[in-house]
Every structure is written in C-alpha cells, then in structure tokens.
Ligand binder design. Structure first.
Ligand SMILES: CC(C)(COP(=O)(O)OP(=O)(O)OC[C@H]1O[C@@H](n2cnc3c(N)ncnc32)[C@H](O)[C@@H]1OP(=O)(O)O)[C@@H](O)C(=O)NCCC(=O)NCCS
Length: 385
C-alpha cells in the first residue's frame, strides 16, 4: 500500500518501530516488551480462533525466539507511549535455502488499517534485502465456519481467490489476503487446517491398527520414542526429516532440500525441550534392510496438555501404497493416549492437494477448521537512483 495515500508517512507515524530485544530471562527488568509482544500475539490468535488453543507462554516464546546455527531470527515491535501495538518477526535459514526468508506481522486490532502493518512489513523486507534474500514467504490463517462459509478454503468457490497451483480458495474480501496481495505477494497454495477430538472412540483404533498391520504385511515394524531419537538411528532419522522438506506438495514455493545432519536433529530436539515441549515419534522400519522408511511426530506442551500438534508425517516413495501412513499415525495416537491422557484436541495442517494424507486424516476423524494461505514474493533488485 502507498503510505502517503494512507495519510501516515513513516516520519509522522504515531508509533515507533524498533528491534525486539530478547531478555536473558522473563524476570529481567528489560523483559517487558518481549512479554507484551507475546501477549499481543496470544490476543490476535485468540480473537481469530475464538479459543485459547494456540496460546503460547512467554517462557516458550522466549526459547522459540532464539537463533540457532540453522536459523537466524529477528523480531521488531511498534510501540505507542511504551505500549506494544505491533510485532513483526523474520526467520532466515542459514545452512540451506539461503536465498529465502519467512515473515509474520501482527498489529493490535485498535491500530489496524492505519498503515502500521505495511510499515512493519517494510522493515522486514529491508532486513532480508540486507541479507541478500530474494524470496520471501508468509503464511496466513483463515478460520472457516464450513456450514456458513461455503466460499472459504477448499470449497473452490468460483469467485474465490485461487492459488497459483492446487485446489482451494480464499475469500476475495479477506482482509489478510488483501494485505498480502497489496504487498506484492502471490497466493501459491492453500493448506487445510483440521482438528481431531481426542480421545479416539475406543472402538476405532484397535481394528484400524490390525487392518493397517495386515495391509502393511510382515516386512515392516513400528519403533517409537519420546523426545530424543536413539543414537543408532539418528542419521537415518535426519534423512527422513530432509525428505520431508521436499517430498510434500508445496506448489511453486521455492524450497530446496534442507540439510538434516544428526547434529540438526539434536538441535531441534533441544529447541523443543527449551520451549517446554514434548515430542512423540513413531517410525516404520523395513525389517529386511533395517532402514527407516517413514515417520510421524506429535508435539505437546505439558502446561497445556489438552492441545496436541501433528507435525511431520512421511513415508518414503518406494514404500508408499502399504498403508504405512495410517499404521504410523494410529500407533502414535495410541501411545499419545497412554502418555498424555489429558490430550483432547489434535491439530494438523495439510496441503489441499495432498489427497493421500487428507484421506488418512479424514478416515481418522479429522474435520476441517480453517485454511492457510501460503504466500510468496520474489524481491527484485533495488533500482539505484
Ligand atoms: C494483516 C495485518 C498485519 C494488517 O495490518 P494493518 O496495520 O491493518 O495493515 P495496513 O493498515 O498497513 O493495511 C494495508 C492494506 O492491507 C489491506 N487490508 C488490511 N486489513 C484489511 C481488512 N481488514 N480488510 C480489507 N483490506 C485490508 C488494505 O488494502 C490496506 O490498505 P488500505 O487500508 O489503504 O485499504 C493485521 O490485520 C493483523 O495483525 N492481522 C492478524 C495477524 C495476521 O494475520 N498477520 C498476517 C500474517 S501473513
């Protein structure tokens, strides 16, 4: 958007934008802005979804905001009279995808439609240009009341805003979509966001497990762990994580294979531990070769055990078609119910065109709750004057 036309020139804006300082701890005297920025994020998430399922504690957020040798993270805040009214975050991968950056902007509802979101975004884009990044990606969330909102998500509304590839659409008049389009982004893909109520009906899992095991045959078995991958399979597990970065449908999002060494697996585990999170991993092994050929991951936070997130699920190409995806998911869900009996809601995200994964999820009982727009912008070199 044109800031001049909005009447807010960056010089005369009522807010100040500055880098977000990460305090040593939440008890530090300089932690107030960080805590306020996290409160703002929780406020907008709560307003969007109408519940607190995506609430993140300040401790968890502080651990998650740290950079690592694989990802640089930087936040910015907008303040008005010491009150945090906007937050912008940028991530830049350091060992692969080094031409890319990932951005997210939030503005307090009282300060929306005044040009602040555009100014915060401009700061992120400048930051990424300074690091020679040329491809910027962003993801926008769109809850859908599927009974009332036939135009949303993968209803494929004729007049909806269609992605460059794959099925689905967003409403043409969606505010966040208008914002992304105005900043020069292209809608590349729609993901479906779904919910499974837990615990599973007692009747469901056992027969499903038996059916999947017999469909998978005797050549595969399932191995599970919590939080930390056994040393003897950590390299193989890294390979599965790497394939996850390229083997899922991504439309035209320009993503190259991520580098996943054993050290990176350990860094990811330590990061989740630092955030107070737990992971439950199930892998499927080809018994003849001993090779790990698929995995699935659940994550939850013991301070909010009723909410669980379905993370990566992958079966390597040569082993697809044996219902191993279902085998993995059912095995991991049964373990979750044993280890975290308070779990009540499991959330997952899938590309709208990922019919195999969606098929498994629908069979398990997941129902769509909303959609995610995957956006991409290619930065052109700046004209020198
Ligand atoms: C998206 C968001 C950051 C925009 O912040 P903002 O300060 O309102 O943005 P701006 O005032 O700079 O708006 C720029 C343009 O975006 C479009 N836009 C923004 N919000 C809109 C809305 N609700 N309806 C229609 N268009 C909208 C308009 O074209 C607007 O220009 P205009 O006001 O001159 O018509 C804010 O709505 C927000 O925090 N949403 C929740 C978090 C989120 O979804 N972030 C985006 C993740 S990619």
């Amino acid at each position: 958007m044109n800031l001049e036309s909005s009447g807010v020139s960056p010089d005369r804006a009522p807010w100040a934008i500055e880098p977000l300082h990460l305090p040593e701890s939440l008890d530090s005297p300089d932690a107030a802005d960080f805590i306020a920025a996290n409160d703002l994020s929780n406020l907008t998430e709560g307003l969007r979804w109408g519940n607190n399922d995506h609430w993140v504690s300040a401790e968890n957020a502080l651990a998650g905001a740290q950079s690592s040798r694989y990802t640089a993270r930087q936040g910015f805040i907008a303040t008005v009279d010491d009150r945090v009214v906007g937050r912008a975050v940028v991530e830049a991968p350091l060992t692969d995808n080094t031409g890319c950056g990932y951005v997210h902007v939030i503005v307090h509802p009282e300060y929306q439609r005044r040009g602040l979101g555009s100014q915060l975004y401009a700061v992120l884009e400048d930051h990424l240009r300074g690091k020679d990044r040329r491809i910027v990606m962003a993801w926008s969330d769109h809850p859908a009341d599927l009974d009332a909102d036939a135009d949303a998500g993968d209803a494929d509304a004729a007049d909806g805003l269609r992605p460059a590839s794959g099925p689905g659409s967003l409403r043409q008049d969606d505010g966040v979509a208008r914002y992304c389009l105005g900043l020069g982004y292209r809608l590349e893909q729609i993901e479906r966001f779904s919910l499974l109520q837990l615990p599973l009906d007692r009747e469901v899992p056992a027969p499903m497990m038996e059916a999947t095991q017999s469909a998978a045959g005797r050549d595969y078995d399932v191995v599970s762990w919590q939080d930390s991958c056994p040393d003897d399979v950590v390299d193989q597990y890294g390979h599965l994580c790497q394939r996850m970065s390229v083997d899922v449908p991504m439309g035209e999002m320009e993503s190259e294979a991520e580098e996943w060494s054993a050290a990176r697996v350990r860094t990811a585990e330590a990061r989740l531990r630092g955030q107070g999170g737990r992971s439950l991993v199930a892998v499927v092994r080809d018994v003849t070769t001993g090779q790990l050929v698929g995995n699935t991951v659940l994550e939850y936070f013991p301070d909010r055990p009723e909410v669980v997130y379905q993370e990566n699920t992958l079966v390597l190409h040569p082993h697809r078609g044996h219902r191993l995806g279902m085998l993995l998911k059912v095995a991991n869900l049964l373990r979750l119910q044993e280890l975290c009996p308070q779990a009540r809601r499991l959330y997952t995200w899938n590309a709208a065109e990922n019919s195999h994964m969606l098929g498994i999820n629908i069979e398990l009982g997941f129902v769509a709750r909303g959609y995610v727009g995957a956006w991409q912008k290619k930065l052109s070199a700046r004209q020198s004057s």
